[in-house]
Design a binder for this molecule. Structure first.
Ligand code: DQA
Length: 151
């Protein structure tokens, strides 16, 4: 049987990981994050489509492309979490399970980071656990897909 596809989408400035505020985000680069995801996907026997963009519209288009193609979306919308109704609407439109990931604990940070529009579309949110949050999200998403296939 074909492996289920999980989209792992990353928003603005995450291409700067490793260089960007290492005291907040750690030293891992976006390539390291992708490696964490590739290794987790191999272990879990799922396929992933790992992407990053700085553009809100591109993120919206990528979310739309997931409809009928992916079984779930793991998304770190970065700063757009706190601003983007367009990304929320796109996630609501695709009718797929969504897990929101943040590397840092947004609730320990500035008040404007405490609210995420995207969370309204998410089954769950993982934040503050560093890049391992992506592997945990892949584990949870795979469990949910297997549960759905069992029904
Ligand atoms: C982030 C948290 C956001 O508040 C911030 O704008 C980011 C990264 C995180 O992964 O911790 O760019 O999503």
């Amino acid at each position: 049987m074909e492996r289920p596809l999980i989209a792992v989408l990353n928003g603005p400035n995450l291409n700067m990981l490793g260089l960007r505020q290492p005291e907040v985000y750690g030293r891992a680069t976006l390539d390291d994050v992708e490696q964490v995801c590739v290794q987790a996907a191999e272990r879990l026997d799922v396929a992933i489509d790992f992407r990053q963009t700085n553009g809100e519209g591109e993120l919206v288009s990528w979310i739309q492309e997931c409809r009928g193609r992916a079984r779930g979306i793991i998304i770190n919308p970065a700063a757009y979490s706190h601003t983007s109704v367009a990304i929320l609407d796109a996630l609501l439109a695709v009718d797929l399970p969504v897990i929101e990931v943040h590397i840092s604990n947004i609730h320990r940070r500035e008040a404007f980071r405490h609210h995420s529009y995207v969370s309204r579309a998410a089954i769950g949110v993982i934040c503050g656990l560093g890049v391992r949050g992506y592997a945990l999200a892949l584990q949870a998403m795979t469990d949910m897909i297997l549960d759905e296939d069992d029904q």
